[in-house]
Each structure stands twice: as C-alpha cells, then as structure tokens.
Write a protein that binds this ligand. Structure first.
Ligand code: SF4
Length: 359
C-alpha cells in the first residue's frame, strides 16, 4: 500500500509522521501549485467547493507518483464536505485511476474507534508502535502550530524581506525529517527565538488583524494567495482563529466547541455546517481581545460562510470593529484582492489615528 492524502498546510507533515510511524509507505503529494489547481479545476464539477478541486489535483499528482491508496476524512452535518470523498472517488474512476479510497469519519469523541479504523490499514501494529507514532505526530502538530503563530507576528517586522519566512521554512523541513519528539520540541523552541532575532522593533504599535473563516482556507495558505503573508508584508500582525491543533482537538473532543458555540449564540444558535459557528464565535472573541480588524476568508461557493458573512456585517456594527469578507475561487485575480486588502489596512490605520471613531 502506498498511501497519500490531500495537503492542508502543515497537516501533511503531521500525517506523514503518524503514518510512517505506523509502518505505512507514504507518498506526500507535491506542494500545491498552479498545476495542481488546474488539474483539479479541469476534472471537478464547476460548482464544487475550491478545496475539493485542489484535493483532486493533489490526488492526481500523488497517483502519478505511484500512490495507490487515498485517505480522506469524511464528515457530518449539513455541508458538502461529507460527500467530498465519494465525489472524488468517482472523478478519479472516470479518469481511469483506481485507487483504494479510505474515507475515515472524524472521531467526534470516539478517538479509540478512530484509531482502530486507522490501525486496520496497517497490519502488524503493536501498542508501542501506535504510542510512538501518535507521540511524534502530536509533538510535530504542537510545535508547527506554535512556529506558525510566531511567524504571523514576527514576519510583520522582519529585518529584511524573507528573513523570517526562510528561517521558518528551514526549521519546518528539519521538523519534517525528525523522528524524535524531544528533538521536535527543541527545534520548535529554537526557531521561535531565531525568528525573533531576525526582527526589528516596530516604531509604532502595530495593527493586529484576526483572520476567521472556512477551515481549509485558515490552514492552507494557497487558495487565499497567502493572505497571511500579504498582511504581514504590510506590517500587520496576524492571528488565525484556528490552527491545525484546534481543528484536530475539536474533532477528537467535540465538547471543546461548546465555548465557541456559546460565544456565537447571540448571533447564530445552531450548527449550519462547515465552520460558520466558529467564524461567528471567533469573531466575537477576537473583537473582545482588542484586535483592530477581522478578515473572513472562504471559498466562493461555501454556503455556511455566506450565511456567516451576512451575520458579520451586523456584528461589525454591534462590536464596533471593521470586518472584511473575501471569497475566492480559481479565477480570483491577485491584484484586485491586494488592493482591497491594502484599502482595509489603510482604513484601520486611519481609524486608529482618529481614536477609533467610526469610519
Ligand atoms: S465548509 Fe464550505 S467549502 Fe468546506 S465543504 Fe462545506 S460548503 Fe464546501
């Protein structure tokens, strides 16, 4: 079995550690490029969500490299994610590929069952092997997330263009290669200090923007044309409201979402699919934390986020915080969005100069 899975930010590194630790032969798809996107767009239904199309591109590229088994997460709830796997299986079949498609349901509090389902893919497993693999993957997840949080702040003040990003990429590769959880921790802590040393202190208090929205867009920078980097290069410190560990932990322990559901309740009191509840709850929470502005990012056809977008315009007035929504598809031009992002940052700066008076 030569196993592959779709890219989603650093999740690929974590899954590779887990599956190799369990004894799997892993084929990591090449990094997402325009070719990946165009393959996905060419063979997916036109109105499919952009993440589905990019996944299809990942799968084709991994199958070209010799993968024969695809692992895909299934889903629950009233959004299209639940049948992504089946649609993708049919697309690949029509193209003449015949991979084994393993669709794993998210654990939703049944972590042992989830692990048992996964374990059935890896014959000859021992408890020790599972514990070691989970430990290594867990440590990689924790430190890759911490590194990314630091990147999104330090890159806003880097001493020269690319300094912090290059350091981050260098250590991300070391962590990818590492087979030792203690070494992963040491590398993670070291790179945060090294990234810090490559910054210059900002002259004025920097703007801080929180990015909310659809989970694939929050974790994988490609479809938003790396809006996080774009904001950093304008001198803005960024925080994403969800990282991989938030996504994984809320799937393992669904009650972790109760806090965010409570935050969202005055505006949205039921789960409507996707990450709409998280978008609303996180917006409220981050507005309270004193961020200067919020940006929502999502795929053009994402119904839950379109509903959230409508609610956010009311929240912007109620919470007295500027909120901008950006939806993307495969045709989104970079220049138009860059202008909108720059205009939003200008607005936040002017607002601050005017002592947060309404603009
Ligand atoms: S959350 Fe949005 S983008 Fe993701 S599968 Fe559901 S509808 Fe599509």
């Amino acid at each position: 079995m030569r196993l592959t899975y779709p890219h989603m930010g650093n999740l690929g590194i974590i899954l590779k550690a887990l599956f190799e630790g369990l004894g799997g032969d892993v084929i990591v798809p090449p990094p997402i490029t325009e070719r990946t996107l165009s393959l996905g767009v060419q063979y997916s239904p036109e109105f499919a969500c952009l993440p589905l199309k990019i996944n299809v591109g990942n799968f084709i590229e991994a199958l070209e490299m010799g993968a024969d088994t695809i692992l895909m997460l299934g889903g629950v709830g009233p959004c299209r994610f639940g049948y992504y796997g089946q649609v993708q299986r049919e697309i690949l079949k029509d193209l003449g590929y015949n991979p084994k498609m393993v669709i794993v349901e998210p654990p939703q509090g049944r972590f042992k069952d989830f692990l048992r389902d996964l374990a059935s893919l890896f014959p000859g497993l021992t408890v020790g092997k599972v514990v070691d693999a989970v430990k290594l993957a867990w440590e990689k997840m924790a430190y890759l997330d911490q590194m990314e949080r630091a990147l999104l702040v330090f890159r806003a003040h880097e001493a020269y263009r690319g300094a912090v990003t290059n350091k981050y990429n260098e250590y991300r590769d070391y962590i990818d290669e590492s087979k030792d959880p203690k070494e992963v921790k040491a590398l993670g802590l070291k790179v945060i200090e090294e990234m810090r040393s490559l910054t210059v202190p900002p002259v004025e208090e920097p703007l801080r923007i929180a990015v909310v929205g659809e989970i694939y867009f929050l974790i994988e920078p490609f479809p938003s044309q790396d809006i996080f980097k774009e904001l950093n290069e304008l001198g803005v410190e960024v925080d994403k409201t969800e990282y991989i560990s938030d996504y994984v932990l809320s799937n393992i322990f669904p009650w972790k979402l109760n806090r965010i559901k409570k935050e969202a309740r005055p505006y949205l009191n039921r789960v409507i699919g996707g990450h709409a509840v998280n978008t609303i709850g996180n917006t409220r929470e981050f507005a309270d934390k004193g961020y200067d502005g919020i940006i929502q990012i999502f795929p053009f056809t994402c119904t839950p986020e379109i509903v959230a977008q409508g609610i956010l315009s009311r929240m912007s007035k109620d919470l007295d915080i500027p909120i901008m929504s950006l939806s993307y598809d495969e045709n989104t031009g970079q220049v138009g969005y860059q202008t909108r992002i720059e205009a939003f940052v200008d607005l936040l700066l002017r607002r601050r100069e005017m002592g947060s008076a309404h603009i």
